[in-house]
Design a protein. Sequence first.
Length: 207
Amino acid sequence: MGKRGLPFVVRPMEERDIPAVMAIERVSFPAPWPESAYHYELRYGTGSRFFVLQPAGEDRANERGRRLRSVMRRRGISPVLGYAGLRFRSDRAHLSTLAIHPDWRGRGLGSFLLLTVLEEAVQEGAQQITLEVRPSNRVAQRLYAKIGFTHTGVRPGYYRDGEDAWLMALTLDEETVSRLRTLRRAVEARVRTIGRLSHQGASDGKW
Ligand SMILES: CC(C)(COP(=O)(O)OP(=O)(O)OC[C@H]1O[C@@H](n2cnc3c(N)ncnc32)[C@H](O)[C@@H]1OP(=O)(O)O)[C@@H](O)C(=O)NCCC(=O)NCCS
């Protein structure tokens, strides 16, 4: 899932990532998943796949990603910047979660992560991908609309605090997949320019 020259990679989530994932989860969702849900999903969730986004490091060509990783290591910052989950049922995929650490939002990383996991869904043979989003979550809705998701229904009182869920879906036909790949190239060009560790979390060691 890593691409030569990109300063960020998306790789499968492992249990050792869970503390960093939970730190993001707690500040990203009004009703965070419990830590045990991630352990359970990673151990037994046969129809699920989870991914994390982090600076690239192993790729020798990727000097920018390696610099970023080594600065984060020195400052004791977790390298996990975001994560996403997919659930598969027959030829459908469901986006079960998606989050970017608040200090890293608004730079294209959410789009990059989402487009990367959508490519994974395509590779797994999914013909359609669905998701739920809160009506109050305008930022996520804009992201999904930009990618091409459309509103397909409402699940009343779906969330634990009683808020409805909007259902959204994207059919992964040939034309859409080709459009998503074009979009991904544009997003990659954007995230290629993120390299300096200038975000607040890094400077105050908040992680
Ligand atoms: C939703 C989320 C993953 C987006 O991550 P991100 O890294 O900020 O995403 P991007 O920088 O790629 O932005 C994607 C789009 O979101 C919208 N967006 C991002 N920040 C925004 C802001 N502050 N205000 C309005 N729209 C915004 C824009 O449409 C943007 O596209 P553009 O950059 O082409 O204009 C992130 O905000 C997050 O983790 N939120 C909390 C968890 C969550 O709500 N997850 C979704 C659950 S359904």
